[in-house]
Ligand binder design. Structure first.
Ligand SMILES: NC(=O)c1ccc[n+]([C@@H]2O[C@H](COP(=O)([O-])OP(=O)(O)OC[C@H]3O[C@@H](n4cnc5c(N)ncnc54)[C@H](OP(=O)(O)O)[C@@H]3O)[C@@H](O)[C@H]2O)c1
Length: 264
C-alpha cells in the first residue's frame, strides 16, 4: 500500500502552520517547506510526536526557482507519493508602490506567482499517479478588488486565482482537483493582528483565525470545491461588491486602508 504525503509551502507559521496541524490531525503525512531557521525542525518533531504521522521538512528560499527543483529531487530520491499540494507561502503587502524596493517587488512576484506555478508543473506526474489528488492554492480576497497599498500583492493573487480556475478545467481529466481559497483578513503575523484591531467594525468581524480558516480550506479541497471565500461576512462583502457602485466601494476601501500603518 502506498504512503501518501501532503506538501505545504510556508508551513513554519501563520496559515501554513495551522494547515499542517490540521492535516496531521487527520492522519496525513507531511512535507513542510519554509525558509532556513524558521522553526521547521521543531514543528516537524512536535507534529510527529503528537499526531503519529511522518513529517519531512525542507528549508529553502522559495523566491528562487532552483528551490522548486530541489523539492522535486528530494521527493524523487526518497520515493515520496504526493497526494495533496498546498501552495501557501506568500509575501504579504507592504504599503505604497513608490516606497517598495525593486527587490521586494520581485520577491513578492517570485514567491506568490513563480513558485506555485513551477511547483505544480514539476509535481504534476507525481500527483497524477496518486489520484484522486488535490491542489490547494492560497490566494486572497485582494485578488478581486482594486486596493491601494496592495497593488503588487493583489496582482499576484489575481494571477493565482485566474491560473487555478483555468488549470482546474484541464486537470479534472487527470483526477486532480484544484481549489482556490481567497481569505479576507487572517490573524496570523503580529503585525496583521495589530492592524486588524485598527479596522472598522465590519472588517474586524470578518477577520478569521488561521485555525478555523485551515479547516475551511482543507474541507473545501477534499470536496474538490472551485473557489472558496472563508467566512460569512466575507461572502456577504463579495455579494455587496456586485451591487454597490464603484465610487462607494472606492470610498469604503480607502477609509479602511488609511487605518493601516505604513511599513517602512
Ligand atoms: N494573513 C492574511 O490576512 C491573509 C489574507 C489572505 C490571504 N493570505 C495568504 O495566506 C498565505 C499565508 O499567509 P500568512 O498570513 O500565514 O503569512 P505569514 O505568517 O507571513 O507566513 C508566510 C509563510 O510563507 C513562508 N515564506 C515567505 N517567503 C518565503 C520564501 N522566500 N521562502 C520560503 N518560505 C517563505 C514563510 O516562511 P518563513 O517563516 O520561513 O518566513 C511563512 O511560513 C499567503 O499566501 C497569504 O497571501 C493571508
Amino acid at each position: 500500500m502506498k504512503t501518501y504525503y501532503t506538501l505545504i509551502t510556508g508551513a513554519s507559521q501563520g496559515y501554513g502552520k495551522s494547515m499542517a496541524l490540521e492535516f496531521a490531525k487527520r492522519g496525513m503525512n507531511l512535507i513542510l517547506v519554509a525558509l532556513p531557521d524558521s522553526g521547521l525542525k521543531k514543528l516537524s518533531k512536535f507534529i510527529e510526536l503528537h499526531f503519529n504521522v511522518k513529517v519531512c521538512y525542507l528549508e529553502l528560499d522559495l523566491s528562487l526557482s532552483v528551490s522548486c527543483y530541489d523539492i522535486l529531487r528530494y521527493i524523487e530520491v526518497n520515493g515520496l507519493q504526493v497526494k495533496y499540494l498546498v501552495n501557501n507561502a506568500g509575501v504579504l503587502s507592504r504599503g505604497e508602490f513608490s516606497g517598495l524596493s525593486e527587490k521586494y517587488i520581485l520577491k513578492q512576484i517570485d514567491v506568490n506567482v513563480m513558485t506555485p506555478t513551477l511547483l505544480i508543473r514539476l509535481l504534476l506526474s507525481n500527483l497524477k499517479s496518486n489520484g484522486p489528488a488535490g491542489i490547494l492554492n492560497i490566494s486572497s480576497m485582494a485578488s478581486f478588488f482594486a486596493l491601494p497599498t496592495k497593488q503588487v500583492y493583489g496582482g499576484t493573487k489575481a494571477y493565482l486565482t485566474s491560473f487555478s480556475r483555468s488549470l482546474r478545467k484541464e486537470l479534472k481529466h487527470d483526477n486532480i482537483s484544484v481549489t482556490t481559497i481567497c481569505p479576507g483578513g487572517l490573524n496570523t503575523t503580529t503585525r496583521l493582528c495589530y492592524q486588524n484591531r485598527l479596522m472598522g467594525w465590519i472588517s474586524r468581524k470578518s477577520i478569521l483565525n488561521p485555525e478555523e480558516a485551515a479547516i475551511i480550506a482543507i474541507e473545501a479541497m477534499l470536496k474538490a470545491k472551485k473557489v472558496v471565500i472563508p467566512g460569512f461576512i466575507n461572502k456577504c462583502l463579495m455579494f455587496l461588491d456586485k451591487l454597490l457602485p464603484e465610487f462607494i466601494k472606492d470610498k469604503l476601501a480607502e477609509r479602511e486602508i488609511k487605518k493601516i500603518p505604513q511599513v517602512t
